[in-house]
Ligand binder design. Structure first.
Ligand SMILES: Cc1cc2nc3c(=O)[nH]c(=O)nc-3n(C[C@H](O)[C@H](O)[C@H](O)COP(=O)(O)OP(=O)(O)OC[C@H]3O[C@@H](n4cnc5c(N)ncnc54)[C@H](O)[C@@H]3O)c2cc1C
Ligand code: FES
Length: 274
C-alpha cells in the first residue's frame, strides 16, 4: 500500500502518451509524481482538473509502480475529456482503491479468465501477474470476445499471448470480416468443451453487464461453483473508499468491498447485472 495520507487528494500525474486502440477506446500512458503500487483488480480515480473524476482499473503491469496505463472508453463528460488529452498534459490519480483478485488462493488450480470488450483492460493487468506466477497454477486459460475485429483491444499483444506455452487462448468476435480468421459468435460458445476441471477450477469474468450475466450463467451450467467465479462489478462512484454510499450493491460498497466479488457473495441481490 502507498504512503497516502489524504484519500481525497490526487497525485499530480503527467500524460506520457495517448494510444488509439479502437474508434472509442484510448490507452493513456501516465507518470505519477509519486509511484502508485496496486494489485490486479484494484482501481484508481482519475481527475481531470476543473471537470471531475472517474474510476478506472489500470491495464498495466502491477509490478511497475512509476508508470500506469489506463484504457478508457469514451462514454460521457470525463471520458470525452480524457480522449482529448495530449502528451505533457497533467491529470490527477487517487488510489489504489478497492480489493483486487485473491491470486494466492488460485494456487494449484486451473484458472480460466474470460473477457468481453473493454473488460480486456483490467484483465490485461491480471494476466501480467498470472504470467509472472504461471508455474503456481495447474493450467491457465483465456477466452475473449468482442463485437468485431476492429473492437478488439491489444490485438498485437494478444497475438503474442497466443504463442505462449503457458496459456490456452481462444478469441471470438460477434461479427466476422475479411481481416478476422478466428471464431465468430458470442463468447459463451468458447466455453463449450472447455477442457478443464470446472468443479474445482477458478473463473474470472470482466466485461459489459450483459456479457457477465450470460457468461456467469454458462459457467454455473458447466459446473463451476459460485464461490469460484470472480466478477468485476461497476457502479457509479464518488469517494471511492466507503464513505459516501454511492456505489452500494446490496449490503456491500463496490469501492471498498469490491470491485472484485465472488459470485456467491453478490448472487442474492436483485440488481447485480444493471
Ligand atoms: C471500479 C471501476 C473500474 C472501471 N474501469 C474502467 C476502465 O478500466 N475503463 C473504462 O473505460 N471504464 C471503466 N469504468 C467505467 C468508467 O468509470 C465510466 O465509464 C466513467 O465513470 C464514465 O464517466 P463519464 O464522466 O465519462 O460519463 P458520465 O457523463 O458520468 O456518464 C455517461 C454514461 O456512463 C454511465 N456511467 C457513468 N459512470 C459509470 C460507472 N462508474 N460505471 C458504469 N457506467 C457509468 C452513465 O450512467 C451514463 O450512461 C470503471 C468503473 C468502475 C466503477
Ligand atoms: S464510492 Fe463512496 S462509498 Fe463507494
Amino acid at each position: 500500500m502507498n504512503k497516502w495520507h489524504n484519500p481525497y487528494s490526487p497525485v499530480k500525474t503527467e500524460v506520457i502518451d495517448s494510444i488509439v486502440e479502437t474508434p472509442t477506446i484510448k490507452t493513456l500512458q501516465l507518470k505519477p509524481q509519486v509511484p502508485i503500487a496496486f494489485e490486479a483488480g484494484q482501481f484508481v480515480e482519475l481527475t481531470i482538473p476543473g471537470l471531475g473524476e472517474a474510476p478506472f482499473t489500470p491495464s498495466s503491469r502491477p509490478s511497475v509502480t512509476d508508470e500506469m496505463f489506463l484504457t478508457i472508453m469514451k462514454v460521457g463528460k470525463v471520458t470525452e475529456a480524457v480522449h482529448l488529452l495530449q502528451t505533457g498534459d497533467t491529470v490527477g490519480l487517487r488510489g489504489p482503491l478497492g480489493t483486487g483478485y485473491p491470486i494466492d488462493s488460485f494456487m494449484d488450480k486451473e484458472v480460466l479468465v474470460i473477457g468481453g470488450g473493454c473488460g480486456f483492460a483490467p484483465l490485461r493487468s491480471l494476466m501480467y501477474t498470472l504470467f509472472e506466477r504461471s508455474k503456481e497454477f495447474k493450467k491457465l486459460l483465456f477466452r475473449g470476445g468482442c463485437r468485431s475485429a476492429q473492437d478488439l483491444l491489444y490485438r498485437q499483444e494478444l497475438a503474442q499471448w497466443a504463442k505462449r506455452d503457458d496459456l490456452d487462448m481462444k478469441l471470438t468476435v460477434d461479427a466476422g470480416d475479411t481481416s478476422w480468421k478466428g471464431h465468430v459468435g458470442v463468447v459463451t460458445m468458447l466455453l463449450d468443451d472447455i477442457g478443464m476441471d470446472c468443479h474445482e477450477g477458478i473463473a474470472i469474468v470482466c466485461g459489459p453487464p450483459l456479457m457477465m450475466r450470460f457468461v456467469t450463467m454458462k459457467l454455473v451450467e458447466i459446473g463451476f461453483q459460485d464461490q469460484n467465479i470472480y466478477l468485476s462489478m461497476e457502479r457509479n462512484m464518488s469517494c471511492g473508499f466507503g464513505k459516501c454510499g454511492h456505489c452500494r450493491l446490496g449490503t456491500y460498497y463496490v469501492c471498498k468491498d469490491g470491485p472484485v466479488f465472488s459470485y456467491d457473495k453478490i448472487k442474492p441481490f436483485p440488481d447485480i447485472w444493471s
